[in-house]
Each structure stands twice: as structure tokens, then as C-alpha cells.
Design a protein around this ligand. Structure first.
Ligand SMILES: Nc1ncnc2c1ncn2[C@@H]1O[C@H](COP(=O)(O)OP(=O)(O)OP(=O)(O)O)[C@@H](O)[C@H]1O
Ligand SMILES: [Mg+2]
Length: 348
């Protein structure tokens, strides 16, 4: 039922599989906050408007489970998954991080942050990273986004080497980093502008999504007029509407209260299942990782290396009810234990 690959710390073969073919959900184009982005990227481009209303997306999108979790996989979902897997075998990974290491130097003191980290995200796959605070997760995102250079190792996207290059990903940084001189709507519209999307169309889409994440009425407000959680939702929307096919989300819901967080998770889950996109997601929340992901990489404490890789077995479409299933609870316990062990080592 439950698959966990335990890696000897360091080199990790990046369990692959799980690629699913189907469509994307983005609409506008927008660059993530001053970081990375750029209008480059030109990958798939979908229609947000369709996704917005709960686009039909091929019904079976269900995607899913390489294995049957509680409740069993629906036959049509399994067929669709098999078709996706077959198609995906030809496609290069959306993201391949190969044996990346990184250290920082401050006043001649070296801090080793990442140690031979290898990660793979197949096209239209949702992959999460969990690990103790300070183990290098955000640094890894900076390396993938070209904001930092690795000391060793490489990054490729869709089979193309992109180590150190910017503009290839849609990125939501850990700090929302909205532009203070732009209104919320104009922040959200930024990538659309860079992409040269017709303004009226992009604005209509932005309004629709702002409403959907509970920011209706704040279109003309400036970031400082919003709470931390509201800014986080705006930054999330900006990443979501960016044109790049690969989306990196660094703890996108950490500033939200439990109820809003759970609403956003449900919403992201539905959206992703309808219009697949490749996602790499950092979270400290184990339940969130299990609910959303097809695969979870568990990082060690600093220097971060991959300790375990979990293939999450629950069929799609997933609903929150799976969180009460025995398999879910078992995985949650296992992950919590690993996290506790790593935290304990860090404190020693
Ligand atoms: N630009 C930098 N210069 C020097 N040290 C840095 C730099 N960026 C990150 N670090 C150090 O690298 C380590 C990892 O930081 P990082 O932000 O990647 O951790 P994280 O896993 O994202 O943690 P958290 O879960 O708390 O967000 C920390 O010790 C941090 O101080
Ligand atoms: Mg971080």
C-alpha cells in the first residue's frame, strides 16, 4: 500500500513515475514577484477562464494513484492514469535537479546548506518537499529559479539544462513580496503584462480569481492595506496566473488561519486535478502534503539531503475525507516521526 523509498542520505535516485498528461490551468501570464520569472518560459498556456469556473478538463483527470489507496481507484481513473504514464514515458521531466550541493560563506565561516539533492517532477505532477526549518528548502527553490548558483549539480527543465537561468518558472516566494506601488489587481496582472496579454481580458480573469480567493473588493487596495494572509493569497494568485508551466510554491498557505488554509487547499486540489500543471510545493504541514501530492521528498536537517521519498497512494480525484482513512493516518504518523527525529537532531 504505502511506498516509501528510504535513501541513504545524499544521492537519491529520485523515484520517478507518476507523470500524467493533460492540460494546464494558467491563464494570464505573470511574472512572480521581482524574482525569476520574466516573460520567458513560454510553455503551455491554458485558459484560466475555463479553469476558473471549474473547467471540465477531461473527466478522468482523476489522475492518480499508482496504487490503490483506501476506497480503491476508479477504473476509468486507472485507465486514464495508465494512458498518462505511457505518454509521459516519452516526455522528459518537467524538472530535474541532479545532485545539487550548496554552501554559504559568511565571515569565512562555511554553512553547508544542501548536500547532493536530486529531485524530479514529471509533467503535470504535484510534488512536495517537507523538512526541518533551515534545511535549505527555499535555497533549493532559489537555485531552481536561477537566483542562486549551485556549487555542484545541475538543473534541467523539459530536458533542457537551465542551471542558473531565470525566467523558466512561476514562483511564489516564502515572503509574498508584492510590489508596494502597485494595487493588488495590478500586482496580480503583472505577468499578463509581461506576456503582452490583452489587458481587458487579463483584468476580467484577475477579478474573477480575486473574488474566488476572498479578495473581491480589494482590487484597488495596496499591499500594505492587506493582512499578511491576504497578501499571501494575492501572491499565490500571481504565481498561479503566470505563464510558466512549472510552478514553485514556497509555503503558500503558511500565513493563513486554519479554516482559510483548508479552503485554499481544497481549491488548489480541485484546480490542479482539473487542469494539471507541474508543481513543486514546500510545506511544513504533513496533512497538506499528503492531501495534495503524488510524491513527497522528506529532507534531513541542514545540510539538507533527501532522507525519504514517499509515493502517496491515494486515488484522484481526492477529497478531504481521505484524511480520516487508516492509510492516511499511518502515513501521517510515519512522516511526523521522521520530522520529529530530524528536529531532535537539530536541537542536539
Ligand atoms: N543568501 C544567504 N547567505 C547566507 N546564508 C544563507 C543565505 N540564504 C540562506 N542561507 C542559510 O541557508 C540555510 C537554509 O536556509 P533556507 O531559507 O533555505 O531554509 P528553509 O529550509 O527554507 O527554512 P524554513 O523552513 O525556515 O523556511 C539557513 O541556515 C540560512 O541561514
Ligand atoms: Mg524556507
Amino acid at each position: 500500500m504505502i511506498m516509501a523509498h528510504t535513501m541513504d542520505a545524499g544521492r537519491e535516485g529520485a523515484a520517478s513515475s507518476g507523470a500524467d498528461g493533460s492540460r494546464d490551468w494558467n491563464a494570464g501570464g505573470m511574472a512572480p514577484s521581482g524574482h525569476s520569472a520574466g516573460a520567458g518560459g513560454g510553455q503551455t498556456k491554458g485558459d484560466l477562464k475555463a479553469g476558473a469556473g471549474g473547467g471540465p478538463a477531461e473527466e478522468e483527470q482523476a489522475g492518480a494513484a499508482r496504487q490503490t489507496g483506501p476506497g480503491g481507484g476508479r477504473p476509468e481513473g486507472e485507465q486514464a492514469e495508465a494512458a498518462r504514464m505511457a505518454g509521459a514515458q516519452d516526455a522528459p521531466p518537467a524538472l530535474e535537479v541532479n545532485s545539487v550541493s550548496k554552501a554559504f560563506f559568511h565571515r569565512r565561516r562555511e554553512t553547508r546548506v544542501l548536500d547532493h539533492v536530486s529531485i524530479r517532477v514529471e509533467p503535470q505532477e504535484f510534488v512536495s518537499i517537507i523538512g526541518p526549518s533551515g534545511c535549505g528548502k527555499s535555497t533549493l527553490f532559489h537555485i531552481i529559479g536561477g537566483l542562486e548558483q549551485p556549487d555542484a549539480g545541475t538543473v534541467s527543465m523539459n530536458g533542457k539544462p537551465v542551471t542558473g537561468q531565470r525566467g523558466e518558472i512561476s514562483y511564489m516566494p516564502q515572503q509574498p513580496a508584492l510590489f508596494p506601488w502597485r494595487t493588488i489587481e495590478d500586482n496580480v496582472l503583472l505577468a499578463g503584462e509581461l506576456k503582452g496579454e490583452p489587458r481587458a481580458e487579463a483584468r476580467a480573469a484577475a477579478r474573477h480569481w480575486l473574488d474566488k480567493v476572498g479578495l473581491g473588493g480589494f482590487e484597488r487596495a495596496y499591499p500594505h492595506m492587506l493582512s499578511g494572509g491576504m497578501q499571501q493569497r494575492a501572491a499565490f494568485l500571481r504565481a498561479l496566473l503566470a505563464p510558466q508551466e512549472l510552478m514553485l510554491l514556497d509555503e503558500p498557505f503558511s500565513a493563513l488561519d486554519a479554516l482559510t488554509r483548508s479552503e485554499m487547499q481544497r481549491w488548489l486540489l480541485e484546480l490542479w486535478e482539473e487542469n494539471r500543471r507541474s508543481v513543486l510545493f514546500i510545506t511544513h504541514n504533513i496533512e497538506e502534503a499528503l492531501l495534495l501530492s503524488s510524491r513527497i521528498y522528506v529532507f534531513s536537517g541542514r545540510p539538507g539531503s533527501i532522507l525519504h521519498t514517499i509515493d502517496v497512494p491515494f486515488p484522484r480525484p481526492r477529497r478531504e475525507e481521505i484524511m480520516e482513512s487508516p492509510d492516511f493516518l499511518q502515513l501521517k504518523r510515519q512522516l511526523s516521526q521522521w520530522m520529529r527525529e530530524e528536529q531532535a537532531k537539530a536541537v542536539k
